[in-house]
Design a protein around this ligand. Structure first.
Ligand code: COA
Length: 369
C-alpha cells in the first residue's frame, strides 16, 4: 500500500486561478459580493429569479424580465418532470446527492440545454428524490409559481406559506454563488476542456457532495439534536475535539471572520420566528455557536474558525420544513445558478485549466527478471 508520505498539499490556498465578475469573497473583511451587490442587500430583498438574472445577465431584472425568467424556469421544471418516468432508478438512489448527480446526467445534451433548463431540472429532481424517499409520487410542477414557492410545493405537496417561501428565497439567494469554491472550480475545469454544460454541472454536484464543502448542514442539525440544550454544548464540543472530529458548520478556507452568509441566514431564521414559524433550534444554535467558537479559538489560537454558511442553513431549512437529507441537494439546486454563470464565463475566457504538480518520487531502473 502506498503511503504518499513525501506529498504535502496546499489545497491551492490563496492561489488565484481565475478572474471573475460574478462574485467576490473577502475573507478578511467578511464580505460577499454577488454581481455588484452585497449579500446583505440581496438576501431578504430579492428573489431567486432575481439573483439568476444577476448572475446570468449581469443586472437585477425589470419586472418584465423577472416574469420572463420565472416563466422560463417554470417551463424548464415541466420539461424536467416529463423525464422522471425514464429516470426512475436515478431518483430512487438512497443518497440525495447521488440522485441529483445521476438525474442531472440524464438531461439531454441536444436541444435547448440552457441555464434555466439546468436549474429547473435540479429543483424537480431534488424534490422528486425526496418524495420517492417517503414512498410518495412526484408532485407535478406548477410553472406559474415563482421557483422558491414551487420548489417547496413539489417537496411537501402543499402550497407553502408566504413566510416559508420568503425563507426559501433567502436561502436560495444566499448560496447561489461564492467565488471559486471547490464545486465551481470543478465546473470551470470541466468546461475549460471544451466539455458541455451538463457535464460541467455533474462534475460540480460530485464535488459539492463532500462534507468539507456542501455536505455539512445535515450533520449540523444532527449535532444540535445530539447536544439538545445549551448546557450540554461545552462538554459535547470538547468531546468531539478531543476525539479528533471536526465541528460541522465551523471554519472556512477563505473567511477568517464570521461568514457573512451565517449572519444573513441567522437574520432570516429570526424573522421567520417573529412571523410565527416555529424554530425552536435558533436559541440552541446561537448558544452552540458561541461555545464552539471559543473552544476552537482555544485549540487553534492562530487560525480563526468561526461559523460558516452551513451553520444557520441547517436551522433555516429545518424551519421552512425541509428534511435534513434534502439540505445538500437543495444547496446544489441553488448553486446550480452560480455554476451555470461560471460555465459561461469560463467559456468566454476559453483557456484550458491545467495546473502542474511536482514529482517527489524517485526514478529507478526497471529490473527485468
Ligand atoms: N472543527 C475542528 N477543527 C477544525 C475545523 C472544525 N470545523 N475546521 C478546521 N479545523 C482544524 C483542522 O483539523 C486543522 O487542524 P490541524 O492543523 O491540527 O490538522 C486546521 O483547523 C486547519 O484545517 P484545514 O482543513 O487545513 O483548513 P481548510 O481551510 O482546508 O478547511 C473547512 C476549511 C471548511 C474544510 C474546515 O474548516 C472544515 O472541515 N469545517 C467543517 C466542515 C464544514 O463546516 N464544511 C462546510 C464548509 S462551508
Amino acid at each position: 500500500m502506498r503511503t504518499h508520505k513525501n506529498c504535502t498539499a496546499s489545497g491551492l490556498e490563496g492561489v488565484v486561478v481565475a478572474q471573475t465578475d460574478l462574485s467576490e469573497v473577502d475573507g478578511e473583511a467578511g464580505r460577499l459580493i454577488i454581481g455588484d451587490h452585497s449579500i446583505e442587500d440581496l438576501t431578504g430583498h430579492v428573489s431567486f429569479e432575481d439573483v439568476c438574472a444577476l448572475l446570468w445577465n449581469g443586472a437585477l431584472p425589470s419586472d418584465a424580465a423577472r416574469a420572463e425568467l420565472q416563466d422560463q424556469l417554470g417551463k424548464a421544471r415541466v420539461a424536467a418532470a416529463s423525464l422522471l418516468p425514464n429516470i426512475s432508478a436515478a431518483v430512487s438512489l438512497p443518497d440525495g446527492m447521488d440522485a441529483l448527480r445521476t438525474a442531472v446526467a440524464h438531461l439531454p445534451l441536444l436541444g435547448d440545454v440552457n441555464n434555466a433548463a439546468v436549474v429547473g431540472a435540479a429543483g424537480v429532481f431534488a424534490a422528486a428524490w425526496q418524495r420517492r424517499q417517503q414512498g410518495l409520487a412526484a408532485v407535478p410542477p406548477d410553472p406559474s409559481l415563482p421557483f422558491a414557492a414551487d420548489y417547496l410545493r413539489m417537496i411537501t405537496g402543499v402550497s407553502p406559506t408566504e413566510s416559508q417561501t420568503r425563507g426559501m428565497n433567502a436561502y436560495l439567494v444566499t448560496v447561489s454563488d461564492h467565488g471559486l469554491n471547490a464545486s465551481t472550480f470543478a465546473a470551470r475545469v470541466t468546461t475549460s476542456t471544451g466539455s458541455d454544460l451538463v457535464s460541467s454541472i455533474v462534475a460540480a454536484i460530485c464535488t459539492l457532495k463532500g462534507p468539507l464543502h456542501g455536505g455539512a448542514p445535515g450533520p449540523v442539525l444532527d449535532m444540535l439534536d445530539a447536544i439538545g440544550t445549551p448546557e450540554n454544548a461545552a462538554a459535547w464540543i470538547e468531546n468531539e475535539l478531543r476525539s479528533g472530529r471536526r465541528i460541522m458548520g465551523m471554519g472556512h478556507r477563505i473567511y477568517r471572520v464570521r461568514d457573512p452568509r451565517a449572519a444573513v441566514l441567522e437574520r432570516a431564521v429570526s424573522s421567520l420566528e417573529q412571523a410565527g414559524l416555529s424554530s425552536s433550534r435558533l436559541a440552541l444554535a446561537r448558544a452552540v455557536e458561541r461555545v464552539a467558537e471559543s473552544a476552537l479559538a482555544a485549540k487553534y489560537p492562530d487560525r480563526p474558525l468561526r461559523a460558516n454558511v452551513e451553520f444557520y442553513t441547517a436551522v433555516l431549512l429545518d424551519s421552512v420544513g425541509l428534511p435534513r437529507t434534502l439540505f445538500s441537494p437543495t444547496f446544489g439546486v441553488s448553486r446550480s445558478a452560480g455554476w451555470c454563470a461560471h460555465v459561461a464565463e469560463q467559456r468566454a475566457v476559453g483557456k484550458l485549466i491545467r495546473p502542474a504538480s511536482r514529482y517527489v518520487g524517485a526514478v529507478q531502473p526497471v529490473v527485468h527478471a
